[in-house]
Ligand binder design. Structure first.
Ligand code: R5P
Length: 292
């Protein structure tokens, strides 16, 4: 029986910088030019970080609050972000390639379940590499449900994307998915993020948790955090600040931006933390100023 991961039993080298060999994206020193070019569109070379806007909720939730009209809700936020994370249907119908051409695309490429189902893990690969290329995607995003009934199937989905992406230099972002009944402990997130990185994903998306620095330290590729359910703006900014301070390479935030009282002010406050090293308090002041 392999040993069970507990923070107390491991030395994560907290405080020792990742041993980079030159490229600004963790774990990607040895990739080819095209892969690094796409990663550099996602992770800004100056800060090494990224601000992704997640608006892929409709693929299993339908018209989520704040995303009732993608054509109205998303374009005003685009100037302030680095990456649009959405489905091909949302992008093709509601986002202009002309006005978002300098933004990277994280294309949602797995689906198969809906909020009506108990088990959300029964997913497939829903976009092939040819269409991802046609969409000019900079990475493919797929859910991986570690510990759920269809774990193996979702690992196979991720592996298809990684294998196809490697052929053309397109990164894959593995998204740690937590089913309705799954626990959100540091131990779980260390397990899931490390597994996804070792399957070959170049980016991992997960949730913020206690002992988060042990999650980022033990994952050999960059981690971006999802925002999760809507929080009061000060709490969302504090979560964002802590995640970045504890090693996240960015955020892929949705509801805490587009459901904020003032989404355009909120996205700029989050950007201040991600790229300009603002503290949560400074970002909150910025938010208050901008929403006046
Ligand atoms: C992850 O499972 C999906 O990409 C979600 O739609 C996305 O992560 C949600 O973002 P947020 O939790 O920040 O609203």
């Amino acid at each position: 029986m392999p040993d069970i991961d507990t923070a107390a039993s491991k030395d994560y080298g907290i405080g020792i910088p990742y041993q980079s060999q030159g490229f600004h994206v963790k774990g990607s020193d040895h990739y080819d030019w095209g892969m690094k070019s796409r990663l550099s569109r996602i992770f800004q070379p100056k800060s090494g970080r990224t601000l992704m806007l997640a608006f892929d909720h409709g693929y299993f939730l339908g018209p989520t609050s704040g995303l009732e009209r993608l054509d109205l809700n998303i374009p005003p936020l685009v100037p302030y972000i680095d990456v649009l994370m959405g489905t091909r249907g949302a992008l093709r119908t509601c986002i202009s390639p002309a006005t978002s051409g300098d933004k990277a695309i994280a294309l949602r490429c797995s689906s198969g379940s809906s909020v009506l189902e108990e088990d959300l893990s029964n997913e497939c690969v829903s976009v092939d590499i040819q269409d991802a290329i046609r969409m000019n995607a900079d990475c493919m995003a797929l859910q991986v449900f570690i510990g759920a009934p269809h774990q193996k199937q979702t690992i196979e989905n991720l592996s298809i994307a990684v294998n196809e992406g490697m052929k053309v230099g397109m990164p894959t972002m593995g998204v740690v998915a937590v089913g309705k009944t799954m626990e959100r402990t540091p131990q779980y997130f260390r397990l899931a993020t490390r597994m996804i990185a070792e399957f070959g994903a170049q980016i991992v998306k997960t949730y913020y948790c206690d002992d988060f620095e042990t999650v980022t330290a033990s994952c050999p590729v960059p981690i971006v955090i999802a925002g999760g359910k809507k929080l009061p703006e000060p709490e969302a900014l504090t979560m964002c600040y802590r995640a970045i301070s504890e090693g996240a390479a960015g955020v892929d935030m949705g509801r805490n931006i587009f459901q904020a009282d003032h989404p355009i002010a909120m996205v700029q406050a989050v950007r201040g933390i991600v790229h300009d090293n603002l503290t949560d308090k400074q970002a909150l002041e910025l938010y208050k100023d901008l929403k006046k």
